[in-house]
Design a protein around this ligand. Structure first.
Ligand SMILES: [Zn+2]
Ligand SMILES: [Zn+2]
Length: 334
């Protein structure tokens, strides 16, 4: 073998070993991320007590709605308005369709407002929400799906998946893998640092405004209905998208996961219940693909487009692949 051939062979084997090392590192990092969301980790790594106690506390606060002294019509109205603002504008539009899927672009004021509403929902930071959701789409109903009711149980997918403690390394890799283009943006870093302040601040504002408007009893009423009841209702509305719409309903599209369209989740979660449509076409902004599948969040997107705050909205299904054009195999709907 000539000297040149020996040098070429050595270089080639060096490249192969580098590629093998890269692949090994990639597999190890993948395992770190996926294992962070497996159910068995709930017992081995323990509970995230900050999240768990916070969620229990919000549910306990909502129970004060049963105390007649804390009911007020103004409190109920505030709760309903904040439910729509945080759940539809914040989570469905801001965190989900805008951040996680890039179904539309937003001008600065609308972007700030939608992400702020998302922070007021109490569903964590925009970056963690978007990264976890992208993982769900990549692994839906497979190993590593953070909340699959098919692989695990309905309760796991509904809320128990939120309770395990996840390592900072798993969180870092989740961000690096799934939202690299978002993680460095100054506005995202701003909300990443300040998201709890918006939530706690809004509670204090409600308490103080109610007290100023009608005394301490009204202040507590606005807090109970505007924070406790509203947040519990909004939590379960969005959680039903993870649990119920991978279990019950009908399918327009033959996707590889178990996603389904469920009318009552579409009402509670402002259009997100058309989940089989969404899994089939995740980047499309409207979630309703048949004329009667109404999507309340889409109405808000249309309004933002009308006033020039939303643009480049992806609203066209690929030709021949709409809900009325796709051949569906016979399937038993639950
Ligand atoms: Zn899903
Ligand atoms: Zn999605």
């Amino acid at each position: 073998m000539s000297t040149i051939e020996m040098a070429a062979r050595a270089a080639s084997s060096g490249e192969e070993s580098q590629a093998a090392a890269r692949q090994k590192k990639f597999r190890e990092e993948t395992e770190t991320v996926l294992s962070a969301f497996r159910r068995e980790k709930l017992s081995s790594r323990g509970i995230d007590w900050v999240v768990t106690l916070f969620l229990i506390g919000v549910h306990v606060a909502a129970l004060f709605a049963f105390v007649p002294a804390f009911f007020s019509w103004s409190g109920l109205a505030i709760g309903l308005i904040l439910h729509w603002l945080t759940c539809s504008i914040g989570i469905c539009l801001g965190f989900h369709r805008y951040l996680a899927h890039k179904s539309l672009k937003l001008k600065g004021p609308a972007e700030f407002f939608c992400l702020m509403c998302g922070c007021l929902s109490g569903e964590g930071s925009p970056l963690t929400w978007a990264a976890t959701h992208r993982l769900h789409h990549q692994r839906s109903d497979l190993d590593g799906d953070p909340h699959s009711p098919v692989r695990e149980t309905g309760w796991w997918a509904h809320m128990l998946w939120l309770f395990p403690r996840r390592s900072s390394e798993a969180s870092r890799l989740l961000m690096k893998r799934y939202i690299p283009e978002l993680a460095e943006r100054p506005l995202m870093l701003f909300f990443e640092k300040t998201f709890p302040l918006w939530l706690w601040g809004s509670g204090l504002v409600l308490l103080a405004a109610g007290w100023a408007a009608g005394g301490w009893q009204l202040g507590v009423s606005w807090l109970v209905w505007g924070m406790g009841v509203r947040m519990v209702a909004a939590y379960h509305s969005t959680w039903f998208v993870n649990s119920a719409t991978h279990l019950w309903g009908y399918r327009n599209y033959d996707t590889r996961d178990e996603s389904r369209n469920l009318w009552w989740v579409a009402i509670l979660a402002y259009g997100e219940g058309w989940h089989n449509n969404h899994h089939a076409h995740p980047a499309i902004a409207p979630a309703g693909h048949k004329w009667w599948e109404f999507d309340i969040t889409w109405w808000s997107i249309s309004f933002l487009k009308l006033i020039g705050q939303a643009y480049d909205v992806k609203d066209r299904l690929p030709k021949g692949r709409g809900a009325d054009e796709t051949e569906m195999p016979e399937i038993a709907t639950a």
